[in-house]
Design a protein around this ligand. Structure first.
Ligand code: IVH
Length: 678
């Protein structure tokens, strides 16, 4: 018996090692050796064995990464040594002055420096005893942080057990936890759709994620880490320099950033710095500068600290993508949803290498909160791909007495009165025929991520709208009927007209997901569109689906579902979709998910009659067929349902006499949704 137990225990241990090894290969080295399915099989076996032998479960088992219970609050942790901060250099002179000071203190001219990136995340300290992760803490106030061990355990690139043959008896390592930039937009987007508060940037998201009281919440966030120093160590291989320490940390199984160099001179440091100013945007994590550290630990010890800052290291910050300029005017444009968007006309200024002339001002409240006035000196900021924005005014530089900002109450395009609804920050133009909105809708419809129609620029669509050729986006597919007029028109040569018409024709091949994007439904970008297309297979299936059903699609929250449903069921849009269908656009595709591919109306016979509030008879009929039902023209004993709208007359009487169930439009939708099966 005892030997069986020993065997199980050995197998459990072997599985843990194997799983740890694959976690390391996948999450730290980025070079997996096995498939996800094979990995899952190992995890499953371990889980089964642990469930049968609960006394063998240990906190550092791979099954326990998300095993922590929710807590009321975090315990405090006193760091063995304070978690220092860094002095800053803002230009080359600062960096060289630091180097000269170090030279003086070391009485040496030649010493090597390690250049690393300065990750803009959250500093943490991880303590391992006998090679096992026992504690993870935030930096806190440098002396005392919070115990977030359970949350840190959920980060797969943090080893729960150290690797290699040189494992120290105690080690505290330090690093920066971050939220990958590539995952940030989708994450925020999803939160917004679910009605949750959004995060301002990846750094705040990382901070918010680490401070979740329930580790299961943290586990759902794709946090990652770079480890950059040893805070404390007993036993093992004691490295003698920062460079060697990074190698050692890597050997122990930690994730180290490979963008480091050993620099023999300040010139080399400055090269490194300049190289990263240019390339930092391409990384999947935010960095706000580079950190330069004297390499040898004995030199570091000699240099010591001043206050909370070591003399042996310095952070050379990247230039903020901000600049001062003058706010020349506040203007408005109208978006494709009718939103009235205020924007700034600026005295042109170079921000982070790009000349900026306009910047967004978001909405009325944003401008009022900052009391921005025409003529003010303002700070403009540009971050990555984001549209430049005015972040603040400097009223102390104000000359004269410019009047406070007044929001317009007329649409800048059609001049009709705008409306700002209670609880909303934006004002809207409610004119369905507003040409300004239509220009934006066409612009979006033809854009690259949507129908991708080349040759229909803003100027062109303005003309077509003016001429009355385009009254909604479906008219784009009728432009070929006006070929002669187009060719006669100013600036449109025969060749360019034909190219445009060919591009329009070609766009009919775009898949359903692109059509969904092109429609410009609020909250529906390419990701959501693909999910919807894959799960429903046709725009009509989405049209009849209840918002609740739409929200059942993994990755789609109730807000998106409401938006999709409201859009597709709006009378004008039903018509628009029908016209796009007539033009031959792809409104159907193969369903990816079996579940939604079910045919809930299989074998059922329907008759449709009368005028329905939101759908035409033919729309309801094609839906019935898509979902597996049969449609006939007259009511008989074999009819299962009569779908009846206004003015249904004799068919309704027939159904009543024969005892056939009669459904109105809502009843039909509920039937499709599986809510009132007979
Ligand atoms: S070394 C005493 N290396 O910057 C040395 N810190 O301002 C400080 N940081 O709290 C740690 N990247 O959160 C070091 N490559 C890097 C870093 C880095 C980011 C952060 C860290 C620290 C802060 C100091």
């Amino acid at each position: 018996m005892a030997s069986l137990k020993a065997e199980v225990s050995a197998r459990i241990e072997a599985l843990r090692r194997e799983i740890d090894r694959h976690d390391h290969l996948y999450h730290v080295l980025d070079s997996p050796e096995i498939s996800d399915a094979e990995f899952d099989a190992l995890m499953r076996e371990l889980r089964v064995l642990e469930e049968a032998n609960p006394e063998l479960v240990v906190p550092d088992s791979p099954t326990q990464r998300v095993g922590g219970e929710p807590v009321e609050s975090f315990e405090q942790v006193t760091h063995r040594r304070p978690m220092l901060s860094l002095g800053n250099a803002f230009d080359d002179d600062d960096l060289i002055a630091w180097h000269t000071r170090v030279e003086g203190l070391l009485e040496l001219e030649d010493f090597e420096m390690v250049c690393e990136l300065k990750y803009d995340g959250l500093a943490v300290a991880l303590t391992y005893e006998q090679g096992v992760l026992v504690r993870g803490a935030t930096r806190g106030n440098a002396l005392v942080g919070e115990d977030v061990t359970a949350n840190l355990r959920t980060i797969k690139s943090i080893p729960q057990r150290l690797r290699g043959s040189n494992v120290p008896s105690v080690i505290e390592v330090r690093g920066e936890v971050y939220f990958p930039k590539s995952k940030f937009d989708a994450f925020n987007f999803q939160r917004e759709a679910e009605g949750l508060a959004t995060y301002a940037n990846p750094r705040n998201t990382a901070a918010g994620s680490l401070r979740q009281l329930d580790p299961k919440m943290t586990a759902q966030r794709p946090l990652d880490i770079f480890v950059y120093s040893i805070g404390y160590q007993e036993g093992g291989d004691l490295p003698e320099s920062q460079w060697a320490a990074l190698d050692y940390l890597s050997e122990l199984g930690f994730k180290i950033n490979r963008n480091k160099v050993l620099a023999p001179s300040p010139t080399r440091v400055l090269d490194y710095y300049r190289q990263w100013i240019e390339n930092v945007e391409s990384l999947d994590y935010d960095c706000d500068g580079v950190v330069v550290k004297v390499d040898r630990f004995d030199y570091q010890a000699h240099l010591g600290d001043v206050g909370r800052e070591p003399r042996w290291a310095i952070a050379y910050k990247f230039p903020a993508a901000q600049a001062l300029t003058t706010l020349n005017a506040i203007k408005f444009n109208v978006g494709r949803t009718g939103s009235i968007n205020p924007y700034a006309e600026l005295e042109p200024v170079v921000v982070g290498g790009v000349t900026v002339r306009n910047a967004t001002l978001h909405n009325e409240d944003y401008i009022r909160a900052r009391d921005l006035r025409v003529g003010d000196t303002v700070t403009v900021e540009r971050a990555g791909e984001v549209i430049p924005q005015v972040v603040r005014a400097w009223p102390e530089h104000r000359t004269g007495d410019p009047p406070p900002f007044e929001m317009t109450d007329a649409c800048p395009s059609c001049e009709q009165r705008t409306e700002r609804r209670e609880g909303e920050a934006m004002s809207y133009c409610l004119n369905a025929a507003c040409p300004g909105q239509l220009v934006r809708r066409v612009e979006h419809f033809v854009s690259r991520g949507a129908m991708d129609i080349e040759g229909l620029g803003i100027r062109q669509s303005e003309i077509f709208i003016d001429e009355g050729f385009i009254k909604d986006v479906a008219d784009i597919y009728r432009l070929h009927r006006r070929r002669r007029r187009l060719v006669e028109m100013e600036r449109m040569g025969e060749k360019s007209v034909d190219n445009l018409l060919a591009a329009i024709k070609k766009s009919k091949e775009q898949p359903l997901s692109r059509v969904l994007v092109a429609l410009g439904i609020d909250l529906v970008g390419s990701r959501v569109a693909s999910l919807l297309a894959g799960q429903f297979g046709s725009i009509y299936a989405m049209q009849v689906a209840e918002p609740i059903q739409i929200a059942e699609v993994p990755g789609i929250g109730p807000k998106i579902a409401d938006s999709v449903s409201a859009f597709l069921r709006a009378r004008g849009n039903i018509d628009l979709v029908e016209r796009l269908n007539e033009s031959g656009l792809q409104l159907r595709q193969e369903i990816v998910d079996e579940q939604v591919a079910e045919r809930p109306l299989d074998g059922k016979r329907f008759v449709v009659t009368g005028r329905l509030p939101n759908f035409s008879r033919s729309q309801i009929q094609s839906r019935i067929k898509e979902l597996g039902g049969a449609v006939s023209g007259s009511v008989s004993k074999r009819t299962n349902y009569l779908v009846a709208g206004e003015g249904s007359g004799s068919k309704r009487t027939d159904a009543e006499t024969l005892g056939v169930a009669i459904l109105d439009e809502v009843g039909f939708l509920k039937l499709v949704a599986g809510e009132n099966e007979d």
